[in-house]
Design a protein around this ligand. Structure first.
Ligand code: GLA
Length: 345
């Protein structure tokens, strides 16, 4: 039995992958066995597709139409295509992992260089989105089924909710709507467009996302789904709020993707791994119940990493984390069995 088989009547099961996974035959085998969706953990972020050297060297030529390069993504797209695994595109517009120079007049790398105008940034945004979508759709038709068009535009701690980013500073609050318009203009018809954010189940943040991001996009009919990243933390994440959020976004008629699941747990012993299994059981019940009751169309559930020792959390939190279904040696953890039980397997 495998995860994707167990959940074939519900939703796609996905994982993020990194370069390390591509070079490891075990990873490839696990990929083929368990998953029918993959997301590049890093490779499709703007800092990799933007050809910094070319743009900075020749700002006159590339001022509104940035030079792009795609070689780095090809091994991932090849794996997806060759194994019949669909891919989530992640991510077109983000404040992070996008060089500051991209937002500056003449692509300047001077720290105090002025920001480019709204008009120039709108053109850069449009041509970036166009270039990326045309590349994948021409060379890998049908491989990418959904895009995170905008990632993390809302910051719950910020007084007025909008994250203080260079996108916001240069274009203004409509940068989100503009990005989705461009994405809809250039994406193939059946490609689904998502807004993606972390802690999207925190009641205040959810309210803000709905009012400021999703409702305007829904009104124009240019968004298909809500990406709930789902980086959860033991003893902190409130799964009742999480369930309500799945249903609330679902009630807006949006598809739901859980796009980046992991659960930060630092205790690899019996107790910690039991808590992990219980939390995984609960969130998978939330997904399957939403599908059964029709309260939300959950269509993809994606883990952020294939096994514990490769998770970003250990570096980010500076505490070794055991957040996934598979242990360091690919062993199936209690959490794996809990997830299989929810599917009746
Ligand atoms: C965010 C981003 C991901 C990744 C994680 C950390 O959630 O959306 O692409 O960078 O942070 O790994």
């Amino acid at each position: 039995m495998s995860l994707k088989k167990a959940y074939e009547n519900y939703f796609r099961i996905g994982t993020s992958i990194s370069r390390k996974n591509l070079e490891n035959p075990n990873a490839l085998e696990e990929l083929q066995k368990h998953y029918n969706s993959i997301t590049c953990e890093n490779t499709m972020k703007p800092m990799f597709f933007l050809d910094e050297e070319a743009n900075v060297a020749n700002p006159g030529k590339y001022n509104t139409n940035p030079a792009l390069r795609f070689e780095i993504a090809k091994p991932f797209l090849n794996v997806a295509r060759d194994n019949g695994i669909a891919m989530r595109g992640h991510t077109l517009v983000w404040h992070n992992q996008t060089g500051d120079w991209f937002f500056k007049e003449n692509y300047s790398k001077e720290e105090d260089a002025p920001l480019a105008s709204r008009e120039v940034m709108l053109a850069r945004m449009e041509n970036y989105i166009k270039g990326v979508l045309e590349f994948v759709q021409t060379e890998y038709p049908g491989v990418i089924y959904a895009w995170d068009v905008v990632n993390e535009a809302v910051e719950e701690t910020h007084t007025d909710g909008w994250r203080d980013s260079l996108w916001l500073k240069t274009i203004g609050k409509d940068f989100v709507v503009q990005a989705f318009r461009f994405a809809r203009k250039y994406a193939d018809k059946d490609v689904k467009l998502f807004y993606n954010d972390y802690n999207a189940f925190w009641p205040e943040k959810m309210k803000y996302i709905i009012q400021n991001i999703l409702e305007p996009l829904c009104k124009e009919g240019i968004v298909d789904g809500m990406g709930m990243q789902t980086h959860l933390v033991r003893d902190e994440s409130n799964l009742e709020d999480y369930e309500k959020a799945v249903e609330t976004y679902g009630a807006m008629g949006l598809e739901i993707h859980a796009t980046e699941i992991d659960i930060h747990v630092t205790d690899p012993g019996e107790e910690g791994m039991q808590v992990l299994a219980d939390m995984y059981r609960r969130i998978f019940e939330i997904y399957t119940n939403a599908c059964k009751s029709g309260k939300a169309k959950v269509t993809a559930v994606v883990f952020w990493g294939m096994k514990d020792d490769e998770s970003w959390l250990t570096n980010f939190r500076k505490e070794r984390s055991y957040p996934l279904l598979f242990g360091d040696n690919w062993e199936e953890k209690d959490a794996y069995h809990a997830v299989m039980e929810v599917a009746g397997k």
